[in-house]
Ligand binder design. Structure first.
Ligand code: GLN
Length: 483
C-alpha cells in the first residue's frame, strides 16, 4: 500500500479493500519506526489522525466522498492548524498552538484527508537544505548523509520515504521544487494567487505560494483541485474559475513547443544532472514535442534581486514577533528594549537574523533607491523575459537544481553557495509563474528533478505535460532503499 499513489489508494479505499483507519495506522507505524533517522516530522498527530480516519470510513460507507476521502496526509509546519502546534521550524513559535486553520488546511480537511502530522522545515522557510530548523536537520532518505533540500525538506523526505502519500509545501524561491528534485518526488508551485495564503505564516508575501508534493503529477492534480480557488480572506488570491486539473491529464501533447533556456545549461550545472535532463527532453521529442532554444537574458540577476526583495519583505513580516504580541518572550526583561532585543535574539536562528538585518538595511531611507527599488526594476525585466519566451513556446524546461543532494554541513558556512541552489527556480517566483519538478532519473545514484515552467495560470498544461512523461517513465515510482 505504501508505494501506491493517492489515485491508487483512493480506489482501494472506495473498493473497501482497506479502511482508512488501517491505512492510517500503517503510515503512523512507519513514521514511528523510520522517522528517527530522517527527522521529517516535527509533530505527529496520532489521535487526530485516527479520529479523522474513522470519520472518513463513515463517509465512505455512506458514499459521500471525494478522491481524497480517507487519504493520510501531512502539512508543512508553516500552515496554521487549529489546536496543533505550528512552529514554522522556529524556537520563536515553538510553544504556539494555532486557534484556527489555514484555508489550505480547511480545504484539504473538507476534502476528507487524514492529518498524520506536521513536517519539518527551514526556520520561517529560509533555506535550501533544511539545516536551518530549530528541530534539527532533515536527512535525505536516498542517502542519510545528505540534505533533502529546503525549505519544504520534511515534506519531500516524508513523501520519498513513503511516510505519507502527499504533503503540502510552500515555495518563495524554490522551496517546493528544489526539495522535490533532491528527494525524487513530484512538486508543484502554482501561479502566485492560485492558492490562498491565509494562515500560511508569511516569509516574503509577494513571492510565497503554497502547493502540493506527492509521487505523481496525477496526485498533484487531485490535491490542487482541493487546494486552489479564491479566498476572500487573502486579498492576493485571484478570483477566477478553477478548472478540474485531473480532467485534461491525458490530452495529447503532440506539437507541444518546449523552450530550453541557454542560461539554464551553463557552467555550474553538474554533468550527470545535465545528461538526465537531456534524456528527459529526448523522451518528450518521442512524445511529439518540438524543442526550441530560448533566452532569458536577465536570469543571472534573479539571485541578487531575490536576496534584496525576500529579506526586505521578511524584515517587515517578522517585525510582529516581538515577544509582546507574538512569539517567544525572554525571561525577566529589564525594560521594554531589553524585552524586544532578547526575545528576538533568543527566538530567531542565525539565517533568519541575517535576513532581517539585510532587509532592514535595504529598506532604510538612504538605501531604498539603490537596493529595493533597483531590485523591483530587475524583477520587472525578469518577468518580461518570460512573457517574451511564452510568445514562442508553451513550456520551459531545464534542471530544477544545478546539483543532486549535497552533504549535510557542506554549505552551512557559505550562505552564497547555499543561495545558488535555487538558481533555476527563483526567477519563476519573481515572475509569479507556475513551476513544477518531477523525477527524471539519477546522477551518482541521487535523484534528479526536471523543472517545468508554464505561463500564468497554466497549471493544467504543466500537469498534463508531466503526466505524459510519467506514463512512459518510472522514475517517479522508485523509492529509496531501506524505506
Ligand atoms: N532557498 C530560498 C531561500 O532561502 C527559497 C526558500 C523558499 O522558497 N521558501 O530563501
Amino acid at each position: 500500500m505504501i508505494n501506491k499513489t493517492i489515485a491508487e489508494l483512493s480506489k482501494e479505499l472506495h473498493a473497501k479493500k482497506i479502511s482508512s483507519v488501517e491505512l492510517t495506522q500503517q503510515f503512523l507505524d512507519r513514521i514511528k519506526k523510520l522517522d528517527k533517522n530522517l527527522n521529517s516530522f516535527i509533530t505527529l498527530t496520532e489521535d487526530h489522525a485516527l479520529a479523522d480516519a474513522k470519520k472518513a470510513d463513515a463517509q465512505i460507507a455512506k458514499g459521500a466522498t471525494t478522491p481524497l476521502t480517507g487519504i493520510p496526509f501531512a502539512h508543512k509546519d508553516i500552515f496554521c492548524t487549529q489546536g496543533i502546534k505550528t512552529s514554522c521550524g522556529s524556537k520563536m513559535l515553538d510553544p504556539y498552538i494555532s486557534p484556527y486553520d489555514a484555508t489550505v488546511v480547511t480545504r484539504l480537511k473538507d476534502a476528507g484527508t487524514v492529518l498524520l502530522g506536521k513536517t519539518n522545515m527551514d526556520e520561517f522557510a529560509m533555506g535550501s537544505s533544511n539545516e536551518n530548523s530549530f528541530y534539527g536537520p532533515v536527512k535525505n532518505p536516498w542517502d542519510l548523509e545528505r540534505v533533502p533540500g529546503g525549505s519544504s525538506g520534511g515534506s519531500a523526505a516524508a513523501v520519498a520515504a513513503r511516510l505519507t502519500p502527499g504533503a503540502t509545501g510552500t515555495d518563495t524561491g524554490g522551496s517546493i521544487r528544489q526539495p522535490a528534485a533532491l528527494c525524487g518526488v513530484s512538486g508543484l508551485k502554482p501561479t502566485y494567487g492560485r492558492v490562498s495564503r491565509y494562515g500560511m505564516i508569511a516569509f516574503a508575501s509577494s513571492l510565497d505560494q503554497g502547493g502540493p508534493l506527492a509521487k505523481s503529477a496525477e496526485d498533484l492534480a487531485i490535491l490542487l483541485n482541493a487546494m486552489a480557488g479564491h479566498d476572500e480572506r487573502d486579498s492576493t488570491s485571484v478570483d477566477m474559475a478553477v478548472p478540474d486539473f485531473t480532467a485534461t491529464l491525458n490530452d495529447s501533447i503532440r506539437g507541444l513547443r518546449i523552450g530550453l533556456p541557454k542560461e539554464y545549461f551553463d557552467e555550474g550545472l553538474d554533468k550527470n544532472v545535465a545528461i538526465a535532463i537531456q534524456n528527459a527532453i529526448k523522451e518528450y521529442e518521442k512524445l511529439g514535442a518540438t524543442i526550441h532554444d530560448i533566452h532569458l537574458p536577465s536570469s543571472a540577476l534573479s539571485i541578487p534581486a531575490y536576496y534584496v526583495l525576500a529579506p526586505a519583505e521578511c524584515s517587515s513580516n517578522l517585525a510582529r514577533f516581538d515577544g509582546v504580541r507574538y512569539g517567544h518572550r525572554c525571561k525577566d526583561p529589564k525594560d521594554l528594549e531589553d524585552l524586544y532585543k532578547r526575545s528576538r535574539s533568543e527566538g530567531f536562528g542565525s539565517e533568519v537574523t541575517r535576513r532581517i538585518m539585510i532587509g532592514t538595511y535595504a529598506l532604510s531611507a538612504g538605501y531604498y533607491d539603490a537596493y529595493y527599488l533597483k531590485a523591483q526594476k530587475i524583477r520587472g525585466l525578469i518577468r518580461e523575459d518570460f512573457i517574451n519566451a511564452f510568445k514562442k513556446v508553451d513550456v520551459i524546461m531545464g534542471p530544477t537544481s544545478p546539483t543532486p543532494a549535497f552533504k549535510l554541513g557542506e554549505k552551512v558556512s557559505d550562505p552564497i553557495s547555499m543561495y545558488l541552489s535555487d538558481i533555476y527556480t527563483i526567477a519563476v517566483n519573481l515572475a509569479g509563474l507556475p513551476g513544477m519538478s518531477i523525477p527524471a532519473g539519477f546522477a551518482n545514484d541521487l535523484p534528479v528533478g526536471l523543472h517545468l515552467v508554464g505561463n500564468f495560470f497554466e497549471e493544467v498544461r504543466l500537469l498534463n505535460v508531466a503526466h505524459h512523461y510519467q506514463k512512459v517513465t518510472d522514475w517517479h515510482t522508485r523509492s529509496p532503499k531501506g524505506f
